[in-house]
Design a protein around this ligand. Structure first.
Ligand code: ATP
Ligand code: MG
Length: 364
Protein backbone atom coordinates (compact mmCIF):
# COMPACT_ATOMS: atom_id res chain seq x y z
CA UNK A 1 0.00 0.00 0.00
CA UNK A 2 1.16 3.49 -0.72
CA UNK A 3 -0.40 6.64 0.63
CA UNK A 4 0.98 8.78 -2.16
CA UNK A 5 -1.13 7.46 -5.06
CA UNK A 6 -3.59 10.11 -6.15
CA UNK A 7 -7.06 9.40 -7.44
CA UNK A 8 -7.56 9.71 -11.21
CA UNK A 9 -11.01 11.00 -10.39
CA UNK A 10 -9.61 13.77 -8.20
CA UNK A 11 -10.22 17.12 -9.86
CA UNK A 12 -9.66 20.25 -7.84
CA UNK A 13 -12.89 21.86 -6.82
CA UNK A 14 -15.12 18.85 -7.37
CA UNK A 15 -17.05 18.05 -4.17
CA UNK A 16 -16.90 14.48 -2.91
CA UNK A 17 -19.49 11.79 -2.41
CA UNK A 18 -19.07 8.89 -0.01
CA UNK A 19 -21.57 6.14 0.52
CA UNK A 20 -21.59 2.38 0.72
CA UNK A 21 -23.14 -0.99 1.40
CA UNK A 22 -22.56 -3.81 3.86
CA UNK A 23 -21.72 -7.23 2.38
CA UNK A 24 -24.60 -9.09 4.02
CA UNK A 25 -26.06 -10.34 0.73
CA UNK A 26 -26.61 -9.19 -2.82
CA UNK A 27 -27.96 -5.79 -3.83
CA UNK A 28 -31.64 -5.37 -4.55
CA UNK A 29 -33.95 -2.98 -6.35
CA UNK A 30 -34.47 -1.07 -3.06
CA UNK A 31 -30.78 -0.15 -3.16
CA UNK A 32 -31.25 1.03 -6.72
CA UNK A 33 -34.10 3.46 -6.03
CA UNK A 34 -32.76 4.47 -2.60
CA UNK A 35 -29.14 5.18 -3.42
CA UNK A 36 -27.41 3.50 -6.38
CA UNK A 37 -29.35 5.31 -9.06
CA UNK A 38 -28.07 8.60 -7.59
CA UNK A 39 -24.54 7.28 -7.36
CA UNK A 40 -24.49 6.31 -11.02
CA UNK A 41 -25.97 9.65 -12.05
CA UNK A 42 -23.56 11.78 -10.02
CA UNK A 43 -20.30 10.14 -11.06
CA UNK A 44 -19.40 12.96 -13.43
CA UNK A 45 -20.20 15.89 -11.21
CA UNK A 46 -18.67 14.56 -7.96
CA UNK A 47 -15.48 12.80 -6.95
CA UNK A 48 -17.09 9.53 -5.84
CA UNK A 49 -16.01 7.01 -3.20
CA UNK A 50 -18.15 3.89 -2.74
CA UNK A 51 -17.33 1.83 0.30
CA UNK A 52 -17.94 -1.83 0.95
CA UNK A 53 -18.29 -2.21 4.72
CA UNK A 54 -16.78 -5.67 5.11
CA UNK A 55 -15.57 -5.04 8.68
CA UNK A 56 -19.09 -3.99 9.68
CA UNK A 57 -20.48 -7.21 8.19
CA UNK A 58 -18.68 -9.03 11.02
CA UNK A 59 -20.81 -7.19 13.60
CA UNK A 60 -23.67 -9.61 12.90
CA UNK A 61 -21.87 -12.48 11.08
CA UNK A 62 -18.53 -12.89 12.84
CA UNK A 63 -18.70 -16.67 12.39
CA UNK A 64 -19.25 -16.48 8.61
CA UNK A 65 -16.07 -15.11 6.98
CA UNK A 66 -16.61 -17.14 3.80
CA UNK A 67 -20.07 -15.64 3.31
CA UNK A 68 -18.75 -12.13 3.87
CA UNK A 69 -15.96 -12.61 1.31
CA UNK A 70 -18.46 -14.00 -1.21
CA UNK A 71 -20.81 -11.07 -0.62
CA UNK A 72 -18.01 -8.53 -1.06
CA UNK A 73 -17.42 -9.94 -4.54
CA UNK A 74 -21.17 -10.11 -5.25
CA UNK A 75 -21.76 -6.51 -4.24
CA UNK A 76 -18.85 -5.15 -6.24
CA UNK A 77 -20.17 -7.07 -9.25
CA UNK A 78 -23.62 -5.58 -8.58
CA UNK A 79 -22.08 -2.09 -8.49
CA UNK A 80 -20.24 -2.60 -11.76
CA UNK A 81 -23.35 -4.11 -13.32
CA UNK A 82 -25.48 -1.17 -12.16
CA UNK A 83 -23.16 1.29 -13.90
CA UNK A 84 -20.65 2.33 -11.27
CA UNK A 85 -17.57 2.98 -13.35
CA UNK A 86 -14.19 2.10 -11.80
CA UNK A 87 -12.49 4.59 -14.12
CA UNK A 88 -14.47 7.46 -12.67
CA UNK A 89 -15.24 6.30 -9.11
CA UNK A 90 -13.16 4.78 -6.35
CA UNK A 91 -14.32 1.48 -4.83
CA UNK A 92 -13.19 1.29 -1.22
CA UNK A 93 -12.77 -1.98 0.67
CA UNK A 94 -13.15 -0.85 4.27
CA UNK A 95 -10.67 -3.34 5.77
CA UNK A 96 -7.89 -1.97 3.53
CA UNK A 97 -8.14 1.56 4.93
CA UNK A 98 -6.56 1.66 8.40
CA UNK A 99 -7.32 5.35 8.91
CA UNK A 100 -11.02 4.46 9.17
CA UNK A 101 -10.41 2.22 12.19
CA UNK A 102 -8.29 4.91 13.84
CA UNK A 103 -10.82 7.66 13.24
CA UNK A 104 -13.52 5.36 14.72
CA UNK A 105 -11.64 5.54 18.03
CA UNK A 106 -11.35 9.31 17.90
CA UNK A 107 -15.03 9.74 17.07
CA UNK A 108 -16.15 7.26 19.76
CA UNK A 109 -14.94 9.87 22.24
CA UNK A 110 -17.09 12.61 20.68
CA UNK A 111 -20.38 10.79 21.21
CA UNK A 112 -22.14 10.06 24.50
CA UNK A 113 -22.71 6.27 24.87
CA UNK A 114 -26.46 6.75 25.32
CA UNK A 115 -26.66 8.87 22.19
CA UNK A 116 -25.35 5.93 20.16
CA UNK A 117 -27.65 3.43 21.84
CA UNK A 118 -30.72 5.62 21.29
CA UNK A 119 -30.09 5.79 17.54
CA UNK A 120 -33.43 4.73 15.98
CA UNK A 121 -31.83 2.86 13.05
CA UNK A 122 -29.77 0.76 15.45
CA UNK A 123 -32.80 -0.01 17.64
CA UNK A 124 -34.85 -0.98 14.61
CA UNK A 125 -32.10 -3.27 13.29
CA UNK A 126 -31.80 -5.01 16.66
CA UNK A 127 -35.54 -5.69 16.48
CA UNK A 128 -35.95 -6.74 12.83
CA UNK A 129 -32.76 -8.82 12.73
CA UNK A 130 -33.74 -10.56 15.99
CA UNK A 131 -30.47 -9.64 17.71
CA UNK A 132 -32.12 -9.54 21.17
CA UNK A 133 -29.57 -8.71 23.88
CA UNK A 134 -26.90 -11.02 22.49
CA UNK A 135 -25.40 -8.70 19.89
CA UNK A 136 -21.67 -8.08 19.91
CA UNK A 137 -20.06 -4.98 21.41
CA UNK A 138 -19.02 -4.22 17.84
CA UNK A 139 -22.64 -3.99 16.67
CA UNK A 140 -23.50 -0.56 18.16
CA UNK A 141 -19.90 0.48 17.46
CA UNK A 142 -20.62 0.17 13.75
CA UNK A 143 -22.75 3.32 13.97
CA UNK A 144 -19.65 5.21 15.18
CA UNK A 145 -17.52 3.41 12.59
CA UNK A 146 -19.88 4.66 9.92
CA UNK A 147 -19.07 8.25 10.97
CA UNK A 148 -15.42 7.40 10.30
CA UNK A 149 -16.22 5.71 6.95
CA UNK A 150 -17.85 8.92 5.85
CA UNK A 151 -15.66 11.60 7.39
CA UNK A 152 -12.40 9.90 6.33
CA UNK A 153 -13.30 11.12 2.83
CA UNK A 154 -14.60 14.56 3.90
CA UNK A 155 -17.57 14.37 1.51
CA UNK A 156 -20.17 17.03 0.82
CA UNK A 157 -22.92 14.54 0.01
CA UNK A 158 -23.95 11.05 1.13
CA UNK A 159 -26.56 9.29 -1.09
CA UNK A 160 -28.55 6.98 1.24
CA UNK A 161 -31.93 5.40 1.76
CA UNK A 162 -34.25 6.83 4.42
CA UNK A 163 -33.20 4.34 7.11
CA UNK A 164 -29.67 5.71 7.09
CA UNK A 165 -30.60 9.35 7.68
CA UNK A 166 -30.48 8.90 11.49
CA UNK A 167 -26.97 7.47 11.23
CA UNK A 168 -25.94 10.32 9.04
CA UNK A 169 -27.32 12.80 11.55
CA UNK A 170 -24.96 11.30 14.13
CA UNK A 171 -22.10 11.70 11.71
CA UNK A 172 -23.02 15.33 11.17
CA UNK A 173 -22.98 15.84 14.96
CA UNK A 174 -19.52 14.31 15.18
CA UNK A 175 -18.23 16.58 12.41
CA UNK A 176 -19.68 19.68 14.08
CA UNK A 177 -18.29 18.69 17.45
CA UNK A 178 -14.82 17.92 16.09
CA UNK A 179 -14.75 21.24 14.25
CA UNK A 180 -15.81 23.06 17.42
CA UNK A 181 -13.52 21.30 19.92
CA UNK A 182 -10.36 20.95 17.83
CA UNK A 183 -10.69 23.62 15.12
CA UNK A 184 -12.29 26.44 17.15
CA UNK A 185 -15.36 26.67 14.91
CA UNK A 186 -18.20 28.55 16.59
CA UNK A 187 -20.89 25.92 17.38
CA UNK A 188 -23.62 28.37 16.34
CA UNK A 189 -22.22 28.64 12.82
CA UNK A 190 -24.25 27.39 9.83
CA UNK A 191 -23.21 23.94 8.57
CA UNK A 192 -22.18 25.34 5.18
CA UNK A 193 -19.70 27.76 6.79
CA UNK A 194 -17.69 25.20 8.82
CA UNK A 195 -14.85 24.64 6.36
CA UNK A 196 -14.29 28.30 5.54
CA UNK A 197 -14.23 28.97 9.30
CA UNK A 198 -11.33 26.52 9.67
CA UNK A 199 -13.22 23.29 10.39
CA UNK A 200 -11.56 20.11 9.16
CA UNK A 201 -14.80 18.38 8.23
CA UNK A 202 -17.55 19.59 5.91
CA UNK A 203 -20.94 18.74 7.44
CA UNK A 204 -22.11 16.10 4.94
CA UNK A 205 -25.67 16.32 3.64
CA UNK A 206 -27.86 13.28 2.99
CA UNK A 207 -29.21 12.73 -0.50
CA UNK A 208 -32.18 10.38 -0.26
CA UNK A 209 -33.12 8.64 -3.49
CA UNK A 210 -36.36 8.86 -5.43
CA UNK A 211 -37.87 6.15 -3.17
CA UNK A 212 -36.37 6.43 0.29
CA UNK A 213 -37.78 3.19 1.64
CA UNK A 214 -38.92 0.55 -0.80
CA UNK A 215 -41.09 -2.05 0.88
CA UNK A 216 -40.06 -5.71 0.57
CA UNK A 217 -42.00 -8.49 -1.14
CA UNK A 218 -43.38 -9.43 2.32
CA UNK A 219 -45.34 -6.15 2.13
CA UNK A 220 -44.27 -5.28 5.70
CA UNK A 221 -40.58 -4.55 6.19
CA UNK A 222 -38.18 -2.43 4.19
CA UNK A 223 -36.74 -4.47 1.33
CA UNK A 224 -33.56 -5.75 2.87
CA UNK A 225 -30.84 -8.13 1.77
CA UNK A 226 -30.90 -9.93 5.10
CA UNK A 227 -34.69 -10.34 5.41
CA UNK A 228 -35.48 -12.68 2.50
CA UNK A 229 -37.91 -10.17 0.98
CA UNK A 230 -35.85 -8.74 -1.87
CA UNK A 231 -35.82 -8.63 -5.66
CA UNK A 232 -32.10 -8.75 -6.39
CA UNK A 233 -30.36 -6.79 -9.13
CA UNK A 234 -28.99 -10.14 -10.33
CA UNK A 235 -32.38 -11.92 -10.42
CA UNK A 236 -33.43 -13.57 -13.69
CA UNK A 237 -36.63 -12.61 -15.51
CA UNK A 238 -38.19 -15.79 -14.15
CA UNK A 239 -37.28 -14.95 -10.56
CA UNK A 240 -38.68 -11.43 -10.88
CA UNK A 241 -41.94 -12.82 -12.27
CA UNK A 242 -42.22 -15.30 -9.42
CA UNK A 243 -41.54 -12.71 -6.69
CA UNK A 244 -43.85 -10.04 -8.11
CA UNK A 245 -46.49 -12.69 -8.81
CA UNK A 246 -46.49 -13.74 -5.16
CA UNK A 247 -47.21 -10.23 -3.82
CA UNK A 248 -50.31 -10.35 -1.67
CA UNK A 249 -52.92 -7.65 -2.20
CA UNK A 250 -55.94 -9.23 -0.51
CA UNK A 251 -58.15 -8.20 -3.47
CA UNK A 252 -60.87 -10.66 -4.50
CA UNK A 253 -62.00 -9.50 -7.94
CA UNK A 254 -61.19 -7.16 -10.84
CA UNK A 255 -64.12 -4.96 -9.91
CA UNK A 256 -63.11 -4.50 -6.26
CA UNK A 257 -61.67 -1.04 -5.56
CA UNK A 258 -57.97 -1.80 -4.97
CA UNK A 259 -55.54 -0.36 -2.44
CA UNK A 260 -52.92 1.76 -4.17
CA UNK A 261 -50.83 2.06 -1.01
CA UNK A 262 -49.99 -1.68 -1.32
CA UNK A 263 -46.47 -2.90 -2.02
CA UNK A 264 -47.59 -3.78 -5.56
CA UNK A 265 -48.45 -0.14 -6.20
CA UNK A 266 -45.25 1.09 -4.55
CA UNK A 267 -43.52 -0.96 -7.22
CA UNK A 268 -45.78 0.52 -9.92
CA UNK A 269 -44.67 4.02 -8.90
CA UNK A 270 -41.02 3.03 -8.42
CA UNK A 271 -40.45 1.14 -11.67
CA UNK A 272 -42.97 2.06 -14.36
CA UNK A 273 -41.30 4.99 -16.07
CA UNK A 274 -44.22 6.72 -17.78
CA UNK A 275 -46.02 8.95 -15.22
CA UNK A 276 -49.20 9.00 -17.32
CA UNK A 277 -49.33 5.20 -17.30
CA UNK A 278 -48.79 5.13 -13.53
CA UNK A 279 -51.62 7.59 -13.03
CA UNK A 280 -53.95 5.62 -15.31
CA UNK A 281 -53.20 2.38 -13.45
CA UNK A 282 -53.77 4.05 -10.07
CA UNK A 283 -57.09 5.49 -11.19
CA UNK A 284 -58.46 2.31 -12.75
CA UNK A 285 -57.25 0.09 -9.91
CA UNK A 286 -58.66 2.26 -7.12
CA UNK A 287 -62.01 2.43 -8.97
CA UNK A 288 -62.13 -1.34 -9.53
CA UNK A 289 -62.37 -0.68 -13.25
CA UNK A 290 -62.02 -4.23 -14.54
CA UNK A 291 -58.28 -4.42 -14.07
CA UNK A 292 -56.81 -7.50 -12.42
CA UNK A 293 -53.83 -7.84 -10.09
CA UNK A 294 -52.30 -10.21 -12.66
CA UNK A 295 -52.23 -7.44 -15.25
CA UNK A 296 -50.59 -4.94 -12.89
CA UNK A 297 -48.07 -7.57 -11.82
CA UNK A 298 -47.16 -8.30 -15.45
CA UNK A 299 -46.49 -4.59 -16.11
CA UNK A 300 -44.39 -4.28 -12.96
CA UNK A 301 -42.44 -7.43 -13.86
CA UNK A 302 -41.74 -6.08 -17.34
CA UNK A 303 -40.61 -2.70 -15.95
CA UNK A 304 -38.21 -4.28 -13.43
CA UNK A 305 -36.92 -6.64 -16.09
CA UNK A 306 -36.25 -3.71 -18.40
CA UNK A 307 -34.25 -2.01 -15.64
CA UNK A 308 -32.22 -5.12 -14.84
CA UNK A 309 -31.64 -6.32 -18.43
CA UNK A 310 -28.58 -4.10 -19.12
CA UNK A 311 -27.24 -4.87 -15.64
CA UNK A 312 -27.39 -8.60 -16.38
CA UNK A 313 -25.44 -8.04 -19.58
CA UNK A 314 -22.71 -6.01 -17.84
CA UNK A 315 -22.53 -8.49 -14.98
CA UNK A 316 -21.90 -11.43 -17.34
CA UNK A 317 -18.33 -10.15 -17.84
CA UNK A 318 -17.59 -10.63 -14.14
CA UNK A 319 -19.54 -13.86 -13.69
CA UNK A 320 -17.18 -15.68 -16.07
CA UNK A 321 -14.20 -17.69 -14.78
CA UNK A 322 -11.56 -15.14 -13.77
CA UNK A 323 -14.27 -12.56 -12.91
CA UNK A 324 -13.47 -12.68 -9.20
CA UNK A 325 -9.84 -11.85 -9.98
CA UNK A 326 -10.90 -8.83 -12.03
CA UNK A 327 -12.89 -7.58 -9.03
CA UNK A 328 -10.01 -8.19 -6.62
CA UNK A 329 -7.64 -6.32 -8.94
CA UNK A 330 -9.95 -3.31 -8.92
CA UNK A 331 -10.23 -3.39 -5.11
CA UNK A 332 -6.46 -3.66 -4.70
CA UNK A 333 -5.77 -0.79 -7.05
CA UNK A 334 -8.47 1.40 -5.58
CA UNK A 335 -7.30 0.79 -1.99
CA UNK A 336 -4.28 2.94 -2.80
CA UNK A 337 -6.49 5.76 -4.08
CA UNK A 338 -8.74 5.52 -1.01
CA UNK A 339 -5.79 5.53 1.37
CA UNK A 340 -4.36 8.64 -0.25
CA UNK A 341 -7.45 10.57 0.87
CA UNK A 342 -8.10 8.83 4.20
CA UNK A 343 -4.46 9.11 5.33
CA UNK A 344 -4.53 12.81 4.63
CA UNK A 345 -7.71 13.18 6.71
CA UNK A 346 -6.19 11.18 9.57
CA UNK A 347 -3.03 13.27 9.50
CA UNK A 348 -5.00 16.51 9.58
CA UNK A 349 -7.21 15.17 12.40
CA UNK A 350 -4.12 14.20 14.41
CA UNK A 351 -2.66 17.66 13.88
CA UNK A 352 -5.85 19.24 15.16
CA UNK A 353 -5.86 16.85 18.13
CA UNK A 354 -2.20 17.66 18.91
CA UNK A 355 -1.15 14.07 18.29
CA UNK A 356 0.93 14.31 15.18
CA UNK A 357 4.66 13.68 15.07
CA UNK A 358 4.96 13.86 11.26
CA UNK A 359 3.09 12.20 8.46
CA UNK A 360 3.49 8.44 8.12
CA UNK A 361 3.67 6.46 4.89
CA UNK A 362 1.80 3.21 4.61
CA UNK A 363 4.03 0.49 3.24
CA UNK A 364 4.57 -3.25 3.29
P1 ATP B 1 -29.08 -5.23 5.73
O1 ATP B 1 -30.35 -6.00 5.80
O2 ATP B 1 -27.85 -6.07 5.88
O3 ATP B 1 -29.06 -4.01 6.64
P2 ATP B 1 -29.86 -3.54 3.54
O4 ATP B 1 -30.67 -4.18 2.49
O5 ATP B 1 -30.55 -2.68 4.53
O6 ATP B 1 -29.01 -4.70 4.23
P3 ATP B 1 -27.59 -1.77 3.49
O7 ATP B 1 -26.25 -2.24 3.03
O8 ATP B 1 -27.83 -1.65 4.97
O9 ATP B 1 -28.71 -2.71 2.85
O10 ATP B 1 -27.94 -0.37 2.81
C1 ATP B 1 -27.23 0.17 1.72
C2 ATP B 1 -27.88 1.45 1.24
O11 ATP B 1 -29.13 1.17 0.59
C3 ATP B 1 -28.24 2.41 2.38
O12 ATP B 1 -28.06 3.74 1.91
C4 ATP B 1 -29.70 2.15 2.62
O13 ATP B 1 -30.36 3.27 3.19
C5 ATP B 1 -30.20 1.87 1.21
N1 ATP B 1 -31.35 0.97 1.24
C6 ATP B 1 -31.36 -0.29 1.76
N2 ATP B 1 -32.58 -0.83 1.63
C7 ATP B 1 -33.37 0.10 1.03
C8 ATP B 1 -34.75 0.13 0.63
N3 ATP B 1 -35.54 -0.91 0.83
N4 ATP B 1 -35.24 1.25 0.04
C9 ATP B 1 -34.43 2.33 -0.17
N5 ATP B 1 -33.11 2.36 0.18
C10 ATP B 1 -32.58 1.26 0.77
MG1 MG C 1 -29.45 -1.94 6.25
Amino acid sequence: MSSSTSSPSAQPGRPRILTGDTPTGRLHVGHWVGSIENRVRLQDSYECYFLIANVHAFTTRADRPDDIRRDVLEIVKDWLAAGIDPERSTLVLQSEVPAIAELTWFFAMQLPFNRVMRNPTLKHEIETKGLGDKYSFGFPLYAVGQCADILAFRPALVPVGEDQVAHLEMCREVARRFNHVYCDVDPALDDEAHVTAGGLFPIPAPLVGRVGRLVGTDGVHKMSKSLNNAIFLSDSAKEIKKKVGALYTGRQSMTDPGDITSSLFQYVRAFIKDPARVQALEERYSRGDNIGDGHIKAEVTAAIDELLGPMRARRAEYDRPGGDDLVLDILREHAARANAVAEETLYLAKQKMKMDIGRRTLGL
